[in-house]
Ligand binder design. Structure first.
Ligand code: FES
Length: 567
């Protein structure tokens, strides 16, 4: 059998003459000042995405240098290469619309360029999911390194971190409790260092999930972006990538049904982001793995929330790191985990967890005997308003609203919401249910608009929370009694499309139900006169519209699911 090509000989450019292709490639590589000796080494690609539009990736050049140092020390040739960069707050209409595009970029560049293994450096919300989706499909040995979370800032003696405190202060500003001068002061203290948002938002949740899956080195998810230990982790990651090039452990050996269940289990114990359900579903979907809504609810009902961080609790990611990080949580969850799962470090989870735990701060990472809450952070709801499911973050909601029936106050789309939410004449009361339509994947690219603001006149009257329902997503840093990801979404003709002002809606968290209390026949009649919004005419928007799947399928493109590339 012919051995698989290695290093720079891998995946030759097609001139119809392989020897010429090799000769030309070496020649061009030598123009970069690389010695002949180094050109014969295993090649480790380093996928990077620094950008003037991505604050979370500001530390990436230093991390790239540290990974390269590790690769060189282990006898490999490091080669950094760019992919597109998704800076959460700089993208319109939402970074979610471009996650799949980045995943395609990662997959194709990993496969098209000659690398024996790849280090994926990622941080901001959609980056780690896109990289893991791409790596799972590319089928090359891969190892994730995250940029790490930001440190907190200070405001009048109080610690602040993006972006739970961004929302908290903005809500106070809307309610007239914080004036324009103070909100301007706060703005300068929310995001004060390089790195990702400093609470257990989507970026931090996905960093922890990457570690729980086994795709990152143990202990690396929570190290702050500016901590020297992050550079050491980067160096170690580079060294390990060279070993992976020699003993190829590909992502399909690490991301398995069991490790995906472990990751969902960790997500529940973290009280992590609702977005992680979509992202983990998409990552698993690339390898044909599906976790049903029933299984997700079983996992949630049997997994306590153990981590006391914002937005569910009190602390920040710097506290989580100091408290023991992902390893401490996994050790607590050990009886509930599949321990046979292999990690990029070459060890099983059992072997990793057999290592001594070290000191654990129990005020941040609780024991199973004294959890933050006895059940997991997220539940899947189904019912006549969400036949294919919806997500509810019970850990960040108001328990007195868990069993609610109320009158719908409907916003047809995002423009309608922003035009009317603060209208003093809006017919709305505190026990109503705010409903936003056409903010799902087809309707609007699924922005983080599910955290509907409390209508201005109610906010000023002191209302802090009310039931809000949409087909949108919500930032992992947000909180409230909010039902998200309603599927099928309004823009494809789900029942959400025909909810009208004044309809009654019932939420029951105990029964995991979300129902539109309108006769089935009437829903059918309304749907017969419904018509879909127009299809975008060209470019990526039309590809997205035609191929994006619904939230319960991870919002991946239909042609990428379950497909692993050859070669
Ligand atoms: Fe990048 Fe929050 S803006 S993680």
């Amino acid at each position: 059998m012919t051995p698989e090509p290695f290093g720079l000989d891998r995946g030759l450019t097609d001139y119809g003459d392989p020897d010429f292709a090799r000769y030309l490639r070496r020649s061009m590589a030598r123009s970069m000042g690389i010695s002949k000796d180094l050109l014969s080494k295993p090649v480790v690609g380093i996928a990077i995405s620094p950008s003037g539009f991505n604050n979370c990736h500001r530390g990436m050049p230093e991390l790239t240098e540290a990974v390269s140092r590790g690769v060189l020390a282990a006898g490999g040739l490091p080669r950094a290469f760019p992919t597109i960069s998704l800076g959460e707050v700089f993208l319109s209409p939402t970074s979610m619309k471009f996650r799949n595009l980045m995943s395609i970029d990662v997959e194709e560049m990993v496969r098209a360029q000659p690398m024996d293994a790849v280090v994926l450096i990622g941080g901001c919300d959609k980056t780690v999911p896109a990289q893991l989706m791409g790596a799972a499909s590319a089928g090359r040995p891969a190892i994730q390194l995250v940029t790490g979370p930001m440190m907190t800032g200070r405001h009048r003696g109080e610690r602040l971190g993006a972006c739970t405190d961004c929302r908290r202060f903005w809500a106070k500003h809307r309610a007239g409790e914080v004036d324009a001068n103070e909100i301007a002061e706060v703005e300068g203290q929310l995001a004060v260092t390089a790195g990702t948002c400093s609470v257990m938002g989507t970026a931090s949740t996905m960093a922890c999930i990457a570690e729980a899956l086994g795709m990152s080195l143990p202990g690396t998810a929570a190290i702050p972006a500016v901590h020297s230990a992050r550079l050491v982790a980067a160096e170690e990651t580079g060294k390990r990538a060279v070993q992976l090039a020699h003993i190829p452990i590909t992502p399909d050996r690490i991301i398995t049904e069991h490790s995906v269940e472990n990751a969902f289990r960790l997500l529940m114990a973290l009280g992590g982001s609702t977005n992680a359900v979509i992202h983990l579903t998409a990552i698993a979907g690339r390898l044909g793995i599906r976790v049903s809504a029933e299984r997700l609810n079983e996992i949630s009902d049997r997994t306590p929330v153990l981590v006391d961080l914002k937005p569910v609790g009190e602390g920040y990611m710097e506290d989580f790191y100091a408290a023991g990080g992902v390893g401490a949580v996994l050790r607590e969850l050990r009886p509930l985990l599949h321990l046979d799962c292999l990690g990029v470090d070459g060890f099983t989870l059992r072997e990793r967890l057999d290592e001594p735990a070290g000191w654990i701060d129990r005020s941040v990472i609780r024991s199973m005997a004294a959890p933050v809450s006895t059940v997991g952070g997220l539940v899947v709801l189904t019912g006549s308003l969400a036949p294919d499911g919806a997500i509810f973050k019970r850990a960040a909601a108001t328990p007195s609203l868990f069993e609610t029936e109320g009158r719908a106050v409907v916003f047809e789309n995002l423009d309608d919401l922003s035009a009317r939410i603060d209208d003093p004449d809006l017919d709305v009361a505190p026990d109503d249910v705010l409903v936003l339509k056409n903010a799902g994947p087809h309707g609007a690219g699924m922005p983080e608009a599910g955290y509907l603001p409390i209508p201005g006149k109610l906010a000023r009257a002191g209302v802090k929370d009310m039931l809000r329902i949409s087909d949108a997503r919500m930032s992992g840093t947000a909180y409230g009694t909010i039902v998200l990801h309603v599927a099928p979404e309004a823009a494809v003709g789900g029942p959400l499309a025909v909810v009208r002002n004044g309809d009654r809606i019932a939420l029951s968290v105990a029964r995991k139900r979300l129902d539109l209390l309108v006769d089935d026949g009437e829903i059918r009649r309304r749907l017969q006169s419904w018509s879909p919004p127009p299809r975008p005419e060209r470019g990526y928007a039309s590809l997205y519209h035609d191929t994006v799947l619904q939230a319960p399928e991870g919002c991946d493109f239909d042609f990428l699911v379950g497909s692993r590339a050859k070669g």
